[in-house]
Design a protein around this ligand. Structure first.
Ligand code: FES
Length: 148
């Protein structure tokens, strides 16, 4: 019988593998499908609900198909204090979708996220891997034009 530290070590190892497999599934398909989650659960001898819980916990993972360009607006405290809400509203007005949605043409997906490491440029957002900071509502239209 294993002791508590053995169980914790095993659990940490499983979580590391789980995250790696979820990232791999997302890189392959652009999102993590139910089928992929079921395969991962079986391969790690975990329940589907445990895998689903992790896949939906991290903002960098998605269980829904994503647009070609993924906009992630930071909502953590420094960006909150610099009024990220007006940036989110500008994006919503510009592309016609709310956080959690994808445009019908598949051009953009739009989500809120936690700190992206650009606090000194708050309010900030990512579009794919590009950081855009010191945002104002007036900059949004021009920035989005670069993403087809
Ligand atoms: S809090 Fe927004 S980038 Fe860090």
């Amino acid at each position: 019988m294993s002791n508590t530290s053995d169980r914790i070590a095993t659990r940490n190892k499983d979580d590391k593998w789980l995250l790696a497999l979820l990232k791999e599934a997302q890189n392959k398909a652009g999102y993590i499908s139910e089928k992929a989650m079921a395969e991962i659960a079986e391969s790690l001898d975990m329940t589907l609900s445990d895998v689903y819980g992790v896949a939906t916990f991290y903002s960098f993972l998605s269980t829904k198909p994503q647009g070609r360009n993924v906009i992630k607006i930071c909502q953590s405290l420094p960006c909150y204090l610099r009024n990220y809400q007006t940036i989110a509203e500008s994006i919503k007005n510009e592309i016609g979708i709310k956080p959690g949605e994808t445009t019908p043409d598949g051009r953009f997906s739009f989500t809120l996220t936690n700190c992206i490491g650009a606090c000194d440029q708050a309010p900030a957002m990512l579009i794919n891997d590009d950081v855009h900071g010191n945002l104002t509502p007036g900059k949004i239209s021009e920035i989005l034009k670069a993403y087809k």
